[in-house]
Design a protein around this ligand. Structure first.
Ligand code: URA
Ligand code: SF4
Length: 216
């Protein structure tokens, strides 16, 4: 058990910070899941965040893309991928001929984790405890959408879907067959934005998305 988990427990004052599963209604459609996720207290992240940012997109999407967690913009607007990373993703999807609106977009963790520095809220990577706590929402989304292909954007999503041993740096762009769907992992669009050599990071990202398009 990590110290992160223990501090959530302490802060909650009881053992209730032990996962989203008890908040996930059985047999629910996406709208019902989204509504229920607003009240999730499966880990400590709901306390500082503005709102739950649930996935968006068609319930019959062939492709589900999984990010890490909402960022500052997403936290304020309540929608995934509406900030700079989302714009970069949209640009890359357009370039390879994937319609963003045909994709179900979601995150491994549904609340924004951050530290405050003055007026700014600085993104903080979710810990394993939070990813595991939140995984029941992602599992429920995948169960409803039943995609043919899941695209993991970055290491947090890849580890959430493919297990903690999976290394995006070694296996990006590789099609992995799971019983229910295929999975392909690539980097996170935020990592592309931060890359010292943007052009080469962007073209590698686009190359991975071309494989997604080819598999659709
Ligand atoms: N980064 C993510 O991983 N998800 C979002 O929704 C926005 C930025
Ligand atoms: Fe629930 Fe996930 Fe938010 Fe934690 S991050 S409170 S598990 S929705």
């Amino acid at each position: 058990m990590t110290s992160d988990h223990q501090s959530n427990r302490l802060a909650n004052g009881d053992a209730k910070g032990s996962g989203a599963a008890e908040f996930v209604p059985a047999g629910a459609d996406l709208a019902q899941l989204r509504a229920a996720a607003r009240k999730c207290r499966g880990c400590g992240l709901y306390r500082a965040a503005t709102q739950t940012v649930f996935g968006t997109g068609p319930s019959d999407a062939a492709v589900v893309m999984v990010g890490e967690q909402p960022g500052d913009y997403e936290d304020r607007q309540g929608q995934p991928f509406v900030g700079p990373a989302g714009r970069l993703l949209e640009r890359a999807l357009e370039e390879v001929g994937i319609d963003r609106d045909a994709v179900y977009l979601t995150n491994a963790v549904k609340h924004f984790k951050f530290v405050e520095r003055g007026k700014r809220r600085i993104h903080k990577q979710p810990g394993r405890t939070e990813v595991v706590a939140c995984s029941a929402w992602l599992a429920a989304e995948l169960q409803v959408v039943e995609p043919a292909l899941v695209v993991c954007l970055g290491a947090v999503a890849a580890k959430a879907v493919l297990g903690t041993d999976f290394k995006v740096s070694e296996r990006r762009g590789e099609m992995v067959a799971l019983p229910a769907y295929q999975v392909i992992a690539t980097v996170h669009p935020s990592a592309v934005l931060r890359a010292p050599d943007f052009e080469s990071a962007y073209s590698d990202f686009v190359a991975d998305l071309r494989k997604v398009h080819a598999a659709m």
